[in-house]
Ligand binder design. Structure first.
Ligand SMILES: [Zn+2]
Length: 295
């Protein structure tokens, strides 16, 4: 072999080795970022979700990257409490207010929120319902010049870097609880499912839909009632944390022992507003951390 050909062969071996090393390093680099990544923009600051203790009712406050949404407001007597919660957090602007359905344990306290905060957009599964608490919610919206929208399943909303998807109802049900707006919130790789008071029928239809159901946190449907939380629905959600918004010594016997047993069987960690008070989780887009009251 001539000296020139020898040098060429050595150079080829060197280049091949260098290429292999570069490819290997690039693979490691990609895997490093894929494992550590949270799929969020660089300026994302995190999401916080609080299940407020409003007794036998629902009220959930979500803040993602500085934008806030209130989902339900508890009973009418919770109006002052909701007002105070927003005031203490200096949340005088809500990007969205969602009334999952017009029953008074969900719509009742929303007028308190609207006394303190200006809202951009408001949603409910119905625009009319014959009750004083729903009327006062609609009137408070009118006062702000905000129209109550009825979103279709599939409608998506942006809250900071969080994507909120309405995944139910996909049709009109006879039972008002089944018409609850069910929201899926995706923040980076973390997710929450807020099931409102949706019952078996709505759960079955969600399972038939193409919406992903698996979520890190499930707000258990209808205060843990036995008319919700079909086993295969819970199995599809497979939550790490299950939150039951329920009143102390409530007359409805919520939550049902049967639902608690199903959640235990699925390995979900259960939190209840009647025993835990306000329940807050924080997401960095990768994982949820339960916030302690003193932190
Ligand atoms: Zn309810």
């Amino acid at each position: 072999m001539s000296r020139r050909r020898g040098r060429l062969a050595a150079l080829t071996v060197f280049l091949c080795a260098a290429l292999i090393i570069v490819c290997y390093a690039a693979g490691l680099w990609i895997r490093f970022f894929r494992d550590r990544g949270n799929d969020l923009p660089e300026d994302a600051t995190g999401m916080e979700i609080t299940f407020l203790d409003v007794g036998e009712g629902d009220a959930i406050l979500v803040t993602a990257d500085g934008e806030s949404m209130l989902v339900d407001g508890g009973l009418p007597e919770c109006s002052d409490l909701i007002y105070t919660v927003l005031k203490n957090r200096e949340l005088d602007h809500l990007r969205y207010v969602v009334c999952t359905h017009p029953h008074s344990d969900h719509a009742g306290g929303l007028s308190g929120a609207l006394r303190y905060a200006a809202v951009d957009e408001a949603f409910c599964c119905a625009a009319e319902y014959d009750s004083r608490s729903f009327d006062s919610f609609v009137k408070a919206l009118e006062k702000q010049g905000v129209e109550l929208q009825i979103p279709q399943a599939g409608r998506q909303l942006q809250l900071g870097a969080a994507v909120i998807t309405v995944i139910s109802p996909s049709k009109q049900y006879e039972e008002l609880n089944d018409n609850s707006l069910v929201l899926r919130i995706d923040y980076g790789r973390t997710s929450v499912l807020l099931a409102g008071d949706a019952g078996y029928q709505a759960e079955l239809d969600m399972m038939d839909s193409d919406y992903p159901l698996r979520a890190d946190i499930l707000k258990v449907g209808h205060h843990g009632s036995g008319s919700s939380s079909y086993y295969y629905f819970l199995d599809a959600v497979e939550p790490e944390y299950a939150v039951i918004s329920v009143g102390r010594d409530n007359e409805n016997g919520h939550p049902s022992q049967n639902v608690l047993d199903k959640l235990e069987k699925l390995g979900a960690e259960v939190f209840r507003t009647d025993t835990d008070g306000d329940i807050t989780f924080i997401s960095d887009g990768k994982t949820f951390i339960k916030k302690n009251d003193n932190s």
